[in-house]
Design a protein around this ligand. Structure first.
Ligand SMILES: C[S@@+](CC[C@H](N)C(=O)[O-])C[C@H]1O[C@@H](n2cnc3c(N)ncnc32)[C@H](O)[C@@H]1O
Length: 263
């Protein structure tokens, strides 16, 4: 009868073929690993965390007091990537792109020829995004429009009407809460702005993306304060739920909306 000698028998893992590689000193094993390229998106996230956003605002580098926490988390990016891929999106619009974490993540899953158009109020945030897009093989798919999103959307509506802009398949609304319903209405009321199967994701996180912050001079310590935006969030939720035009789902702090097919 053959005697089976396995690890459970107490044999040294290095004493049995083909485990001889375990005898190699650790340092030489490293030679087998391919060099790890840090992803541009990881580098972007680190740089956003390390940036002094309070000082940028104090020194008028940015228009509003921004916060590193606004940047899309790996989980949010993965969720957006999964939805955009599942809906076979080619053209993506992001309203409120900050330093471009979600825009770059979405660009990574778009097919060749796909495009992410990132709308952002602040020039500094947009140029921050461009630095990291330049280091990514998908970065060329991201284009920017800088300025108030209401004005950018109006410009886009004109371009759509003139046939200079194709409909968007996937939209992320993640800017100020005050105008979120206006952005939503601009998207759905402009003929040709959205494709028939478009998916629109609206961020529902209170306080996120809210400008400008008020500096409260009374009390101690002095601090900046922002509106939570909760009223605007509730109003959009209610109007979408009441409309026979939409099918909506809520998850991951987002309202995900699709148009219902006409009967
Ligand atoms: C929560 S952050 C966006 C995060 C981003 N989606 C990401 O993936 O990291 C909100 C952004 O909206 C921008 N924003 C706020 N009000 C805006 C407006 N009226 N027009 C355009 N952008 C605006 C802010 O400057 C900020 O960068």
């Amino acid at each position: 009868m053959a005697v089976r000698v396995g690890l459970a028998s107490g044999a040294s893992p290095a004493a049995t073929f083909p485990n001889s590689h375990l005898l190699e000193p650790r340092a030489s094993l490293g030679a087998w690993a391919p060099p790890q390229q840090p992803r541009a998106l990881d580098e972007l996230r680190r740089a956003v965390r390390e940036e002094d956003w309070a000082r940028n605002y104090a020194e008028s580098v940015t228009k509003i007091q921004m916060q590193a926490e606004w940047s899309a988390s790996p989980e949010r990016c993965a969720m957006l990537q999964a939805m955009a891929s599942a809906s076979r999106a080619e053209r993506v619009l992001e309203i409120g792109s900050f330093c471009g974490a979600a825009a770059l993540a979405l660009a990574e899953v778009l097919p060749t020829g796909g495009e992410v158009l990132a709308l952002e109020l602040d020039e500094y945030a947009a140029s921050f995004a461009k630095r990291f897009q330049a280091r990514s093989s998908s970065g060329h798919k991201v284009k920017h429009m800088v300025g108030p999103a209401v004005a950018s959307l109006r410009e886009l509506a004109e371009a759509v009407a003139a046939g200079r802009c194709r409909p968007f398949d996937f939209v992320v609304v993640d800017a100020d809460k005050e105008c979120m319903e206006q952005y939503f209405d601009q998207l759905w009321s402009t003929p040709g702005m959205l494709s028939d199967d478009a998916v629109v994701c609206v961020d529902l996180t209170p306080f996120k993306g809210q400008p400008p912050l008020r500096y409260v001079k009374y009390g101690f310590p002095y601090q900046y304060q922002a509106e939570s935006g909760q009223k605007a969030i509730d109003a959009l939720r209610a109007s979408v739920a009441a409309s026979p035009r939409f099918a909506a789902y809520e998850f991951g702090q987002m309202l995900v909306v699709k148009g219902k097919p006409a009967r």
